[in-house]
Design a protein around this ligand. Structure first.
Ligand code: ZN
Ligand code: ZN
Length: 375
C-alpha cells in the first residue's frame, strides 16, 4: 500500500500552491488529507489539520490522544512533523504560530480544504485576521484528478470486488422480498467481497427504478419487476467502487423495456467508445445523450453521464454538458446513462472507466445485458 501514498505528494502540493499564489494549504480529515499523507483520519470537533506552507516545513496538528494513530498510518513514515495538542490548548493558535514561523513573508492567501467543517473554517478565519481564505480544491484537483498507475490498480481491485457482488445478485434479488431486505444482503456482500464500507445500496424496483437516487424502501419485489441496482463501497486501500446493473426479476419485463434498454446499452457503449485523451467530458456526455435522443428517450435521461471517482465516490472530472476541460490519461470516472419512465420503471448501466492512451479502460466487466433472474 506504500506506493498508493507516495512521499512526494506534500512537495508536489506545495509547488502547486506556490504556482497558484497561495501561501499555505490547510487540510482537515477527508480524501485530501488521505491523498496527501495516507492518514485516514476521522473528522471530529477536535481539530486535525495538515498545515502545508508554500515555503518551510509542513506540520500535522493532531489531538494528542490521536498521535499514535498518525504514527501507525502511512503518514508516520513521511518526513512530516507532528504536534499533538492538549485538550486545554487552542489548536488554531498552533496553526497560526506555525504559519508565522514557517513563512518568511507576510501571510496573504490561505486555502482550506473544500470539505473542512464550516465551524473550523470560521475559527481559522478568526485565527488569521486579514488573511484571504480560498478553497484548496482549486490547487489539489490537478493532482487528484489524474490517477497514478497504482491508483488505477486500486480502483480496478475495487471494480472487481463490486463486480463479484453483481455476479451473485440472483442469491438475493427475489420476488416477494422487500428492497430493504435485499439491500441488507447486498451491503453484507459488499463488505465480504473486499470493501471496508458499503457506501450505498440502491435497489429501485418497479416505479422506484425511475427515481435515480432512490435507495431502499419496504416495497416488495413483484414478478416481472425491472430493478435498478446501483452499489458501491470503499476498499481498505481507500478507493471507491460504483456500478449499476438493471435486472428483471421473476418473469417477463414490460415490452417497452427491451426497446429502451437496447437504446441505453448502445448509448453506454457509444459514450465509452468516445473516451480518449483530448476529448472533452462534454463530448463524452453528448455521445450517450445523442443516442438516447435519437431513440426517442432524450427527455427521460435526466442526469449527467458520469462523475470522477477515486478516494471519493464523486469527484472531478464531472462528465457533463459544458465541461470542456479535455480528458487526460489517468482520469477515472463513471459512464452511467439512464432512462427513467416516471411512475413506471427505469434502467441505468454504469461502469467505471479510466481514460488511457488507447481509449477507455473499463474497470467493471460483468455483463451489461438486462439480466433476467429466475425470481
Ligand atoms: Zn452508481
Ligand atoms: Zn456513479
Amino acid at each position: 500500500m506504500g506506493l498508493l501514498y507516495p512521499a512526494d505528494r506534500l512537495v508536489t502540493a506545495r509547488e502547486a500552491a506556490r504556482r497558484a499564489g497561495v501561501d499555505a494549504l490547510l487540510v482537515t480529515p477527508g480524501a485530501d488529507l488521505r491523498y496527501l499523507t495516507g492518514y485516514n483520519a476521522h473528522a471530529s470537533e477536535r481539530l486535525t489539520c495538515l498545515v502545508l506552507p508554500a515555503e518551510g516545513d509542513p506540520l500535522l496538528v493532531v489531538p494528542v490522544l490521536e498521535r499514535s494513530l498518525v504514527e501507525a498510518s502511512p503518514a508516520g513514515a513521511l518526513d512530516l512533523a507532528l504536534t499533538g495538542w492538549q485538550e486545554t490548548e487552542d489548536p488554531y493558535a498552533v496553526v497560526a504560530a506555525h504559519l508565522a514561523a514557517a513563512l518568511h513573508r507576510s501571510l496573504a492567501r490561505v486555502a482550506v480544504g473544500n470539505r473542512m467543517w464550516a465551524e473550523q473554517a470560521l475559527r481559522i478565519r478568526d485565527a488569521l485576521p486579514g488573511v484571504e481564505l480560498g478553497l484548496a480544491g482549486s490547487v489539489l484537483r490537478e493532482l487528484r484528478m489524474v490517477k497514478s498507475a497504482d491508483e488505477v490498480e486500486a480502483l480496478r481491485r475495487a471494480g472487481q470486488a463490486i463486480d463479484r457482488v453483481h455476479a451473485r445478485m440472483t442469491d438475493w434479488l427475489r420476488v416477494g422480498r422487500t428492497e430493504r431486505e435485499i439491500g441488507r444482503d447486498i451491503a453484507a456482500a459488499i463488505l465480504r467481497e473486499g470493501h471496508v464500507s458499503a457506501d450505498f445500496t440502491i435497489v429501485g424496483s418497479g416505479p422506484n427504478g425511475a427515481s435515480p437516487h432512490h435507495e431502499l424502501s419496504d416495497r416488495v419485489v413483484q414478478a416481472g419487476d425491472v430493478v435498478v441496482v446501483d452499489i458501491g463501497g470503499t476498499t481498505a486501500e481507500g478507493y471507491c467502487s460504483d456500478s449499476t446493473r438493471t435486472y428483471v426479476c421473476g418473469g417477463r419485463a414490460p415490452a417497452e423495456v427491451a426497446d429502451y434498454y437496447a437504446v441505453l446499452l448502445a448509448a453506454q457503449q457509444a459514450s465509452t467508445a468516445a473516451v480518449r485523451p483530448g476529448v472533452t467530458p462534454h463530448e463524452v456526455d453528448a455521445a450517450a445523450r445523442d443516442v438516447i435522443t435519437a431513440g426517442g428517450y432524450g427527455e427521460l435521461f435526466i442526469h449527467r453521464t458520469g462523475h470522477g471517482i477515486g478516494l471519493e465516490g464523486h469527484e472531478e472530472p464531472y462528465i457533463v454538458a459544458g465541461n470542456t476541460e479535455p480528458l487526460r490519461a489517468g482520469m477515472a470516472f463513471s459512464i452511467e446513462p439512464g432512462i427513467y419512465l416516471p411512475g413506471r420503471h427505469g434502467a441505468r448501466i454504469e461502469d467505471i472507466v479510466v481514460c488511457a492512451a488507447a481509449g477507455a479502460d473499463r474497470l467493471n466487466v460483468v455483463s451489461r445485458d438486462l439480466v433476467v433472474l429466475p425470481g
